[in-house]
Design a protein around this ligand. Structure first.
Ligand SMILES: [Fe+2]
Ligand SMILES: [Fe+2]
Length: 259
C-alpha cells in the first residue's frame, strides 16, 4: 500500500500549495491513501470545518493533529464528524479520538495513531500521558481487529524522543512519521525490525518565515524576550513537504517541492 503523509499544512499558503501540487503527486505515484497533519491548517493554529472540507476536496483522505488542533472554540461541535485523530495521550474525556481503524477497501484496514511528545514541552509534560505506554495500550486494544497497516504520527519537539519511541515500536507498526518542528529531516529510513521512519516530515507553507510565522515577529521576540502576537507569512517561496510510504516495498521516500 502506498501512503502519502503530508507535513503540517500551515495557514493559507500551505492550503494553496497543497491544492496546487497534491493531485499531480498522487497521480504520478499511484498513491492509495493521503494523510496530512492539520494542526496549523486554519489561520496558523487549529482547524475549521470549511478548511477541512477544502482539504478533502484537494485529495486528503485522513487528518492528524497536535498540540494546536483544538484552537477554535467550536472545534468540539464538529471534531467527531471529520476523519481526524488528535493526540491519543490527552487526558480522558478530551474531545475527539486518538486513534482510528479505517477500512480502505482493497487495501484492508489501516490503524492511524496520533501521539504527543513531552520532552521540551512543559505544557505537554504537565497534562498528557506517557506516549510510550499509550501506544502499547492502543496496539493491545486493536490487536483483535488485525489492521493490515499501522501508522503513527508522533507530534514531538525532541528528535531523541522520536527516535526512542520509533525504536520502541519498531516491528510493531509499519510507518512512523514525526511532526511538530515544521522542519523536514533527511533521515527517512527502514528501522532494523521493519518500521519505516522519518524524524520530521516538515511543513507545507511559507518557507521565508520562522516555521510559518513572519520572521520580523520572531526576531523581535528573541531580541526582547517578550512574547509577541503571531502573524503568518503569506509572501515568498512556498514548500510542499511529504513522505511516501510503500508498505510492500518497505520504502520511505521524501517528496518535497518548493515553488
Ligand atoms: Fe505545527
Ligand atoms: Fe505542534
Amino acid at each position: 500500500m502506498k501512503v502519502l503523509f503530508v507535513g503540517e499544512i500551515v495557514a493559507e499558503p500551505g492550503r494553496k500549495i497543497v491544492k496546487n501540487i497534491l493531485p499531480e503527486i498522487v497521480k504520478e505515484n499511484k498513491v492509495d491513501l493521503v494523510i496530512a497533519n492539520v494542526e496549523n491548517l486554519s489561520g496558523g493554529k487549529g482547524i475549521t470545518r470549511e478548511n477541512i472540507e477544502e482539504m478533502k476536496i484537494a485529495g486528503i483522505d485522513y487528518f492528524t493533529g497536535g498540540d494546536h488542533v483544538f484552537w477554535y472554540k467550536d472545534t468540539e461541535e464538529f471534531i467527531d464528524s471529520i476523519p481526524l485523530v488528535r493526540p491519543a495521550n490527552y487526558p480522558e474525556g478530551v474531545m475527539g479520538k486518538g486513534y482510528e481503524i479505517i477500512d480502505t477497501g482493497k487495501n484492508g484496514k489501516i490503524l492511524v495513531i496520533n501521539l504527543l511528545g513531552r520532552t521540551f514541552s512543559s505544557d505537554a509534560k504537565a497534562y498528557v500521558d506517557d506516549p510510550f505506554r499509550t501506544a502499547d495500550k492502543i496496539l493491545e486494544e486493536t490487536r483483535s481487529q488485525k489492521p493490515e497497516v499501522i501508522i503513527v504520527d508522533f507530534h514531538a519537539e525532541a528528535s531523541s524522543e522520536k527516535y526512542s519511541l520509533a525504536h520502541y515500536l519498531d516491528g510493531r507498526v509499519n510507518c512512523f512519521v514525526g511532526t511538530h518542528t515544521h522542519v523536514p529531516t533527511a533521515d527517512n529510513m527502514l528501522l532494523p525490525k521493519g518500521t519505516l521512519y522519518v524524524t520530521d516530515v516538515g511543513m507545507c507553507g511559507a518557507i521565508d518565515s520562522s516555521l510559518g510565522v513572519k520572521v520580523e515577529i520572531t526576531i523581535r521576540m528573541f531580541l526582547t524576550g517578550i512574547n509577541q502576537k503571531f502573524d503568518w507569512e503569506n509572501a515568498g517561496r512556498k514548500a510542499f513537504r511529504s513522505v511516501l510510504f510503500d508498505t510492500e516495498a518497505k520504502s520511505i521516500v521524501r517528496i518535497d517541492k518548493v515553488v
